[in-house]
Design a protein around this ligand. Structure first.
Ligand code: SF4
Ligand code: SF4
Ligand code: SF4
Length: 224
């Protein structure tokens, strides 16, 4: 029986793996539509144990917002060609990607103030509407920048990023096989320089494993 690394890196199973990803993302969308805001509890129960082992695989494989961003990325890259992914200058990206942690902190502070009864209801509603507007805007932004919501605006992604730091299994590059072609860097939706790392410890990795799928010499694996 093939293990997960074989399934990801084999060209014969690539289409099946992508169909499986689409199936899981649609399942994630169905859970969200059916359970509404209550789906958060199911998502936490499912994603946190997985994240402690592999990192935020929910992000790469099941998040409905990830699904929409992937669809928009396809439309955007086909329409814009080389002009896709240039809206955010790469030199600003390392700083901008901490914005989701600031957003997470803001939401946590709002929650605390709300529990303490300090916030007026009208302000709470305004903040909630603002957060929804930010999320819709950032998903639409992925028509111009790959996974823009995941990179800069997602508070759940920020939690996933923190879990990334303690996850046990990570994408690892076999330097004896790697020919430095840079394909893994180009396919990474989070703009991680995979070809420069021995182990991908980056907090922004969404564990999509597209780098493993794209490597022409099977130099990338999930390892402990
Ligand atoms: S970072 Fe947020 S939007 Fe992106 S896949 Fe993860 S949970 Fe979904
Ligand atoms: S795609 Fe594979 S061979 Fe190319 S740089 Fe990345 S790890 Fe190395
Ligand atoms: S490093 Fe690999 S697994 Fe992580 S986000 Fe980039 S492509 Fe996906």
């Amino acid at each position: 029986m093939k293990d997960i690394n074989d399934l990801l890196s084999s060209s014969s199973t690539r289409k099946k793996v992508e169909r499986f990803r689409l199936f899981l993302q649609l399942a994630g969308l169905a859970i969200f539509v059916y359970f509404g805001s209550q789906s958060t509890i199911y998502v936490i129960l499912l994603s946190v144990p997985l994240a402690l082992l592999f990192g935020p695989v929910y992000c790469g494989w099941m998040c409905p917002r990830g699904l929409f961003q992937d669809i928009f990325a396809r439309v955007g890259s086909k329409t814009l060609g080389k002009r896709y992914n240039v809206a955010v200058p790469r030199r600003f990206h390392p700083f901008l990607m901490y914005s989701r942690y600031i957003l997470l902190l803001f939401v946590l502070m709002t929650l605390i103030l709300s529990v303490l009864g300090v916030l007026q209801e009208s302000i709470e509603i305004l903040i909630l509407e603002g957060l929804v507007a930010i999320m819709i805007f950032s998903i639409l932004l992925s028509l111009f920048v790959d996974r823009a919501a995941c990179k800069y605006f997602c508070k759940e992604g920020a939690v996933g990023g923190l879990l990334n730091l303690v996850s046990r299994k990570k994408v690892t590059r076999d330097t004896s096989l790697c020919n430095s072609c840079g394909i893994c860097d180009r396919v990474c939706p989070m703009w991680i320089k995979v070809s420069k790392k021995h182990i991908v410890t980056d907090h922004s990795c969404v564990c999509c494993f597209k780098c493993i799928q794209a490597c022409p010499v099977c130099a990338l694996h999930i390892k402990e």
